[in-house]
Write a protein that binds this ligand. Sequence first.
Ligand code: ATP
Ligand code: MG
Length: 218
Amino acid sequence: MFVTIEGVEGAGKSTQIQMLLQRLVRLGVPALVSKEPGGTPLGQELRSLLLAPHLSGEKWCPESELLLFYADRAQHIASVIRPALESGRLILVDRFDDSTRAYQGAQGISEATMDKLGEVVLGRLRPHLTLILDMDPALSLERVRARNAAAGNAFKETRFDNETLDFHTRVRKRFLAIAQRDPQRVTLVPADRTPEEVHEAIWAHLSPLLRSSGHPVE
Ligand SMILES: Nc1ncnc2c1ncn2[C@@H]1O[C@H](COP(=O)(O)OP(=O)(O)OP(=O)(O)O)[C@@H](O)[C@H]1O
Ligand SMILES: [Mg+2]
């Protein structure tokens, strides 16, 4: 099973993926966790190119950035996602195609362009379940600031952390539109609650899918 977790910066994706993984491991469900960009060694190199503040001051034009995200995704699908699915494991991915749709869409790339690249890179691959952690980015960015301050240099700020609140609000709206457009696959999870409450809401969506594919859920 292929599950993706999406949402604005600081909504709690990484926190929830870890909580979910622990629960799945306790239940004996064969699961693994990955992320985009950077779910492969080459992808990690792309991740630093994409997310690190650039020393030269030069910015990616939106099209170059888009192609690098899709290059990372193609590599990730070929060497991590497909093998995991073929070996019958559950793979949880921290950001996937909906993040590209939301962020690069907010930067002005058209849906038609992303449809074309998606056709090349994803083919017919779609997550079985996508959980969008939804909250006001004004609050989620506060979490990011607190996290980065507490971690010293362990967490580097990304270029996207420095985008304006207006940009992140547009990203959130795009995530909401994705959830409306594809309700079969996508579930919105209110994320401005305690980690435990968010986890239980996620579990309520995931556990019926696990049960129907023959996994123990309690
Ligand atoms: N429900 C919550 N309530 C309060 N704080 C939270 C909650 N979930 C996560 N946090 C804290 O907020 C910060 C951001 O969480 P996390 O790193 O999981 O978000 P993220 O969505 O993965 O962010 P990014 O988009 O930057 O990867 C962390 O310090 C985390 O401990
Ligand atoms: Mg994260």
